[in-house]
Design a binder for this molecule. Structure first.
Ligand code: ATP
Ligand code: MG
Length: 218
């Protein structure tokens, strides 16, 4: 589902953020990515979500060869993935319902379908009663649940989450991790970057470590 082969990423100024990365994540896996600040976690996720391109080597995700994909194919590729960020990235002036509906609107679903799909996913993240609220009226954990709902509402095959619990307290972090595990249990491949070593130890999942742009298996 996610494959890196001899992948390098060098930023302008000769910062080598990824060095000869070789990585294989199969369909349906749940994998943690850990490593210190500046190790290259966000860089790796940007390549997976096609927000940036590798300098050399290959990146293949959900059947797309991202170094060869045409710009016109990128929107089709994006339908296959969902992305969650540390700072939620919700639109402030839109309600919970409207935020979660965005991916379906972009994909051109009918309003009746959008209505029922969003209702279903909000119920799954236990936020049905907040659908008319604005992000500022929610707690951090609730905002992150909205962000996860938005990331999976179009039923992507892959979900990547870049430190999704970085701004949350331990109880809310556990709640978010449970939610990500339930998304995985429904068949979505889930890849989560985190600094939280105790959480990684408790969850007993596959762990990939990155340090100085080099990837190894824990
Ligand atoms: N746009 C950019 N231009 C130049 N250098 C960059 C850019 N983005 C990241 N870097 C550098 O690449 C390296 C990896 O950064 P990256 O953001 O991937 O790390 P990270 O593991 O996500 O760190 P953190 O845990 O702090 O989020 C760092 O040395 C960083 O300074
Ligand atoms: Mg980062």
């Amino acid at each position: 589902m996610i494959q890196f082969q001899h992948t390098y990423k060098t930023y302008v100024g000769d910062v080598c953020a990824l060095k000869d990365v070789n990585l294989n994540i199969d369909k349906g896996e749940f994998v943690f990515l850990t490593g210190p600040s500046g190790a290259g976690k966000t860089t790796l996720f940007k390549l997976i979500s096609a927000f940036d391109k590798a300098t050399s080597g290959s990146v293949k995700v959900a059947g797309y060869d991202l170094n060869r994909v045409k710009p016109t194919e990128i929107p089709y590729f994006r339908r296959r993935i969902g992305v969650v960020y540390q700072d939620f990235k919700l639109l402030k002036n839109r309600t919970v319902f409207e935020n979660v509906a965005i991916p379906l609107e972009v994909l051109g679903f009918k309003p009746t379908v959008i209505e029922s799909r969003v209702a279903e996913i909000l119920s799954r993240v236990s936020l049905s009663n907040k659908k008319m609220s604005f992000p500022e009226q929610l707690s951090g954990g609730e905002q992150q649940r909205v962000a996860i709902a938005r990331a999976v509402v179009h039923q992507p095959g892959v979900l990547i989450a870049d430190e999704p619990t970085g701004n949350l307290d331990p109880t809310l972090s556990e709640e978010i991790m449970d939610l990500l595990e339930s998304v995985n249990a429904q068949g979505t491949t889930v890849f989560v970057a985190t600094h939280d070593h105790s959480m990684v130890q408790r969850r007993n999942k596959r762990v990939i470590e990155i340090d100085g742009g080099e990837v190894g298996e824990a």
